[in-house]
Write a protein that binds this ligand. Structure first.
Ligand SMILES: [Zn+2]
Length: 315
């Protein structure tokens, strides 16, 4: 069977050293291989061992202001996990232990690219267990103050993202991409996080963005992008929102076979959507990635031709 149907882990341990975007604290992070069906587990090496593990799943998300934070029942946290989680998805890593000596994942250059590059260099190892999938059977939608996020049935994982900013440097941007690992690695993983100069003072007063700089974020001022090097992609902002969504949705802990559509959707709404979805048990079923493919092949063959064509063109 094709390797895409099987779980993978890292071929070797990797180490990253950097600073947290919000805490500004130095942090050393190791990505270690893990057994099949472990999922992604954060381990805080600076707290007592029995309190140290936090499973990277949707139900452990406790804060979504500016970044995604997961916590365990002892209140031990790891924040700004979304770019690393996106990198693990993009590289096809299903199982890993992420050992950190602080409360925040290093921000690196504000994108997922440094993680993706190092994981690709070190390689992955296929495991015996099959990848699991959640197949979307009907629409599930959440909305809040003109923002929304939804899942629709679709034969392959897909992301549509639209952003609207009342700022000329960003404005209206849209992106529609399959959640194809090679494509996301090239077209999305290097898109950096961004912020507005006018917000920096407020954030710093709240004790946030202490580690933020022009080396790890795109900063937008009155006259547009402040970074001298400019943008990495013309539409880097919407690409970064797609990257965030890939990371946030990976907290389902398995492949979501369906189409995600976000309108100005951020970490909070992405997590609310996962919670809504998993509560509504008639909206999905569990299978393997190979099982999801079989289901969709069968479903397509059962549809009348006209409907089949419209479903196919819709993706
Ligand atoms: Zn981000």
């Amino acid at each position: 069977m094709n390797s895409k149907y099987f779980q993978h882990t890292l071929a070797h341990t990797l180490t990253f050293v950097g600073r947290g975007l919000h805490s500004g604290l130095p942090v050393r992070m190791m990505l270690q291989p893990a057994d099949p069906d472990t999922g992604i587990i954060f381990v805080r090496s600076d707290v007592p061992l029995f309190q140290s593990e936090i499973t990277a799943r949707w139900y452990n998300v406790t804060d979504t202001r500016l970044s995604t934070t997961v916590s365990n029942r002892f209140g031990v946290k790891v924040s700004t996990i979304e770019h690393l989680m996106a990198a693990l998805y993009v590289c096809g890593i299903d199982n890993a232990r992420i050992v950190l000596n602080g409360p925040e994942v290093p921000i690196m250059d504000g994108s997922a690219e440094p993680f993706v590059r190092m994981i690709q260099q070190t390689g992955t190892r296929q495991q015996k267990a099959e990848r699991r999938a959640i197949v979307i059977r009907r629409q599930v939608r959440v909305e809040e103050k003109g923002k929304s996020a939804s899942f629709m049935p679709a034969p392959v994982p897909w992301i549509d993202m639209t952003i609207e900013f009342d700022n000329d440097a960003i404005g209206h941007q849209e992106l529609s991409v399959p959640m194809d690992r090679a494509l996301l690695a090239c077209d999305v993983s290097a898109a950096r996080t961004f912020g507005f100069q006018e917000q920096i003072d407020t954030l710093r007063k709240l004790g946030l963005a202490k580690g933020g700089s022009l080396q790890n974020a795109v900063l937008i001022g009155d006259n547009g992008v402040i970074n001298q090097e400019g943008l990495r992609y013309e539409d880097e902002f919407v690409r970064h929102k797609v990257l965030d969504a890939v990371g946030d949705l990976s907290l389902a802990g398995m492949t979501i076979v369906g189409r995600f559509a976000g309108l100005c959707s951020g970490h909070g709404l992405n997590n609310q959507l996962l919670r809504q979805l998993l509560q509504q048990e008639d909206a999905w079923f569990l299978t393997t990635v190979s099982g999801a493919e079989e289901y969709w092949t069968w479903t397509q063959s059962e549809l009348p031709n006209a409907e089949k064509r419209s479903q196919l063109t819709a993706i």
